[in-house]
Design a protein around this ligand. Sequence first.
Ligand SMILES: NC(=O)c1ccc[n+]([C@@H]2O[C@H](COP(=O)([O-])OP(=O)(O)OC[C@H]3O[C@@H](n4cnc5c(N)ncnc54)[C@H](OP(=O)(O)O)[C@@H]3O)[C@@H](O)[C@H]2O)c1
Length: 292
Amino acid sequence: MRLLVTGATGQLGSELARKLTGLGHEVFAPDPDDLDLLDPVRVAATIREQRWDWVINCAAYTAVDKAESAAEQAFVINRDCPGEMARSVAGYGGRMLQVSTDFIFSGDQRCPYTETDIPKPLGVYGRSKLEGEQVVLEMLPDATVLRTAWVYGVYGHNFVKTMLRVAAEGRPLRVVNDQMGTPTWTADIVMAIVALVEQQAGGTYHFTAAGQASWYGFASAILEDAARIGFPVNTDAVVPILTSEYPTPARRPAYSVLDTRKIEPLLPSPPPEWRDSLNNMLKELATCADCL
Ligand SMILES: NC(=O)c1ccc[n+]([C@@H]2O[C@H](COP(=O)([O-])OP(=O)(O)OC[C@H]3O[C@@H](n4cnc5c(N)ncnc54)[C@H](OP(=O)(O)O)[C@@H]3O)[C@@H](O)[C@H]2O)c1
């Protein structure tokens, strides 16, 4: 198949482009400068011209806090451009997968969110991503929307790498313990995307690893596993704090665990436990000299 993967300099896009290429597909994974989602008209025209079988949109304005003061930019990248991409794809009968987020939910619930639970984003990022999903499905009703959460990977910037850096420097770590979610490795999300693409599955799906943790629990696991694998860990302990002790411009959901039962029958294997995937990712990271 011929596929466009956007966001190929980011965590998920880079891992997905590598995997799809390895599977023998013809993958176009442009630099953001060559396909700028701030220019929806140009992006739409390129898609109309190239007529990719699948457009997989991993690009996004992902700076959750900065989005609060850059709403216009966030909405162009996360809503307007995906909408135009979907309109183009619909014009020639192609397929599109839009990656979305747990941040479309308010976090008021205390059981995992299903695909039919009512979204209620708390901030600009979540609102822009939710409206992005909606406009993509409006333009292309058989589009695929894949919501995931707490993403980390070997490529790009993420919480795992930040924790490793701070721990190596021996600085103290204070991490919030009252926000629950599921840390999810990009390699596992890629497995889910490949399954959806191969089965031409349209509609909205949730995918994360199995289980749940707080950011504090996640950070503690990173340090424990990293030390065992041989990363330098010079920080004694992680200190749990409350969200109220770490004020940020954007509010975040206190609970954003996603229910993955809908996608599971389409997957080659059930979602792995988040801790197992963390371990596998750290082992892979340990072998990559340029990835930290
Ligand atoms: N990170 C998470 O915890 C998380 C959680 C749930 C869902 N998601 C969703 O998962 C998807 C992938 O996230 P990620 O973690 O891989 O994000 P990421 O590492 O921040 O990568 C985002 C990608 O989008 C690109 N991008 C940003 N603005 C662009 C523009 N104007 N034109 C073209 N490309 C642009 C970035 O390019 P540059 O390299 O130039 O910045 C980068 O390649 C996104 O849809 C995100 O909303 C992420």
